[in-house]
Design a protein around this ligand. Structure first.
Ligand SMILES: Cc1cc2nc3c(=O)[nH]c(=O)nc-3n(C[C@H](O)[C@H](O)[C@H](O)COP(=O)(O)O)c2cc1C
Length: 176
């Protein structure tokens, strides 16, 4: 069931640094991410997959502050989610006072990405705390860095945590 997949995904903070993440599996997950819906089908995402040791080191450092995100020391791969600049169609939407949907679209794409990784037994963790300039430099982009995804296999025996979430009745109103 889809709920099983959603439940089995959890933020991995216990990576096995020695287990290589296969390129084909990353490609499959990214293909799923690229298939996500987006406002006016603008597909405002762009991904940099970082497994090169030196570049990964720079990305890692840009995501760590003191003891925060120290677990990334063992993370072998980073996927840097960038947001493309507004194009003419998006600018028109803006002029019509519609929302800028780009962050929403990138988030939707990343939800597909993380679940497609999970489906293949690969762990991930969203990293929202980062030095944007340092990451732009590391991956050689001028685009907005919307999110960093830490990717890798979890260490053997890494426990599965119970989900802690609001009740359905607290988050959903059925208006009948
Ligand atoms: C936008 C966003 C930013 C996040 N940033 C971090 C982060 O910098 N470090 C971290 O360890 N976890 C981060 N997380 C993971 C959340 O803490 C985690 O998703 C949440 O506690 C629910 O746990 P679960 O993913 O295991 O179900 C982030 C998650 C999201 C969606």
């Amino acid at each position: 069931m889809f709920l099983d997949l959603v439940n089995s995904r959890q933020s991995c903070r216990n990576f096995d640094r020695d287990k290589i993440v296969e390129k084909e599996k990353l490609q499959y997950a990214l293909q799923c991410a690229l298939t996500a819906p987006s406002a006016r089908n603008r597909q405002p995402w762009h991904y940099a997959v970082v497994s090169n040791v030196e570049i990964a080191d720079k990305v890692r450092k840009a995501c760590q502050m003191g003891k925060f995100n120290a677990f990334l020391d063992d993370c072998p791969v980073f996927i840097v989610a960038q947001e493309r600049p507004q194009d003419a169609i998006q600018a028109l939407s803006r002029a019509m006072k519609l929302q800028d949907f780009r962050p929403f679209d990138v988030g939707t794409s990343m939800a597909c990405l993380t679940l497609a990784l999970e489906e293949q037994g690969i762990g991930s963790c969203y990293i929202g705390m980062f030095d944007e300039k340092a990451i732009q430099q590391a991956v050689g982009t001028k685009m907005t860095i919307r999110m960093v995804l830490a990717v890798g296999y979890a260490k053997q025996g890494d426990p599965h945590r119970e989900k802690s979430r609001r009740e359905l009745s607290d988050s959903v109103d059925f208006l009948q």
